[in-house]
Design a protein around this ligand. Structure first.
Ligand SMILES: [Zn+2]
Length: 488
């Protein structure tokens, strides 16, 4: 994620207000200790249901203290199959989502995350299941007990006009956002539930098949690669896409509308898919060329590209931000420069292939992607990473010094500190351990946790092991203390 125009002062001011504003509820929802996430099935009672929890009821949240109801407990998703049709004229989204999952406990009942829509049918295996709605939880009662470790498939048929998350603090709107010619779909942090039922949290990653039907003449863009050519009948065209590598739910997209498309292969051999709304047709070749060039360059810095294709989409919807949708970063209503393309493509390694286990560790995504902007600047003849660091360090009045980035806040996830002070943390680390150890560490980090989930503690441990140095004080000063760290 990256704001198109970084409004540091405004962001910082908002940040302080929201930290104060959300403190009581943060305290109320965080369990004692707070050091480890709850095991599935042992979280708080289902909200509002008044039903006693038993050991066979999946928890309504996956155990992230920052977002207690995001994701769910009791099962682990392996694969989503989304068969959806969208009509921009009526804004009606309809179809079915099938989820192949494995029970991680005996399961009589479990939740999916879904916001809005009319659910017409839920099946588990071949049998109809009963279901209820409780806020953004779709509560499914299994027709018969699902045994621990058993695979099962749950299918949800639904339709309705999507209701995106609106006016979120420092994000604006996200989720499934209807546009005049289609839809702009960016779901960080928890907007997948605005277009498909899911285990909507990055700690449960899965592979995806998409079968998306739109009026003929429009293009439907999803993650991964297209399977076959689109097929048209009865005035409608169906596009089939497959993301065969694990993906967090917030990185899934079905962006639709009128698009000009350019495909090919990067000089380094990676397939490229670039698409622009007709309003941004002039930027298509630049988007394609820079995406290819920068993806190739990052393979020399971060290691092998983790997915089967790279790309980028510019839509006319003025989101004011870009999001690193897996294999298809999307730019909302502006022509991206190479810095922001470098940022979103760095996320393919840091954020997409390696996903955070808890939202509080967001600096592992944004600090890395922001540092990548500095590396790209240096590589392409602009300011060096050290010059960028010194410039930020000299800004002694910046609010980020009293706002450490190591624990991102629920209502202020995308605070500038997570980006800039996060990037500075990596540069301070680089200066402490030297270039050889630093770039060895970055490649090892990307390789070791490829397609997995990570925490700040795991990064610190790997940094210490790779460098042979005790780094606790450095990380504590840069990530967790509300003061400007001294330079060593
Ligand atoms: Zn970002």
């Amino acid at each position: 994620m990256m704001a198109a125009r970084r409004l540091t002062t405004t962001f910082a001011a908002l940040a302080l207000i929201s930290v104060i504003g959300c403190a009581p509820s943060e305290g109320a929802v965080t369990g004692p200790g707070g050091g480890s996430t709850s095991a599935p099935g042992h979280a708080a009672a289902s909200p509002g249901s008044g039903v006693d929890r038993s050991d066979t009821v999946g928890a309504p949240g996956i155990g992230d203290p920052t977002f207690p109801l995001d994701g769910n407990g009791g099962y682990d998703v392996g694969h989503y199959t989304l068969k959806l049709s969208y009509d921009p004229a009526s804004k009606m989204l309809a179809g079915s989502t099938s989820i192949q999952a494995k029970a991680v406990q005996d399961l009589s009942r479990f939740d999916l995350d879904l916001h809005g829509f009319t659910v017409s049918r839920v099946t588990v295996g071949n049998s109809d299941a009963t279901f209820t709605r409780d806020g953004d939880e779709l509560v499914v009662t299994a027709p018969k007990m699902i045994a621990k470790d058993a695979p099962f498939t749950v299918t949800v048929d639904y339709s309705g006009v999507p209701d995106p998350v609106r006016n979120s603090s420092n994000l604006g709107s996200y989720g499934f956002i209807p546009t005049p010619d289609g839809a702009f779909v960016t779901a960080e942090p928890d907007g997948a539930k605005t277009w498909f039922p899911s285990n909507d949290h990055p700690s449960d990653k899965a592979t995806y098949d998409f079968e998306i039907t739109v009026p003929a003449g429009l293009t439907a863009i999803a993650n991964g690669e297209q399977v076959g050519e689109p097929t048209t009948s009865g005035g409608k065209t169906t596009f089939v896409w497959r993301e065969k590598h694990p993906m967090a739910s917030y990185l899934a997209t079905m962006t639709t509308g009128k698009f000009d498309v350019r495909t090919g292969t990067s000089p380094g051999g990676i397939p490229v898919y670039a698409a622009t709304d007709p309003k941004y047709r002039n930027t298509l070749d630049l988007l394609y060329t820079k995406t290819a060039q920068i993806t190739d360059y990052w393979t020399t810095v971060f290691g092998p590209y983790p997915f089967s294709s790279t790309g980028g989409v510019v839509d006319a919807y003025e989101a004011g931000y870009a999001l690193e949708n897996q294999t298809k970063p999307i730019y909302g209503g502006f022509a991206p420069d190479s810095g922001i393309i470098a940022h979103e493509l760095a996320h393919q390694w840091f954020g997409d292939s390696l996903s955070i286990k808890r939202w509080q560790d967001l600096w592992l995504n944004e600090g890395f992607a922001s540092y990548a902007e500095w590396l790209w600047s240096e590589h392409s003849g602009g300011s060096t990473a050290d010059q960028m660091f010194q410039k930020s360090y000299a800004d002694t009045a910046n609010a980020m010094w009293s706002y450490p980035p190591g624990k991102a806040q629920r209502d202020d996830l995308f605070n500038d500190s997570v980006y800039t002070r996060g990037a500075m943390t990596l540069h301070a680390l680089r200066k402490e351990i030297g270039d050889d150890a630093f770039f060895t560490l970055i490649k090892k980090w990307a390789a070791t946790y490829k397609y997995g989930n990570v925490t700040t503690d795991e990064f610190i441990a790997m940094a210490e092991k790779t460098s042979g140095k005790k780094l606790g004080p450095l990380f504590d000063a840069w990530l967790f203390q509300p003061t400007r760290p001294a330079l060593g």
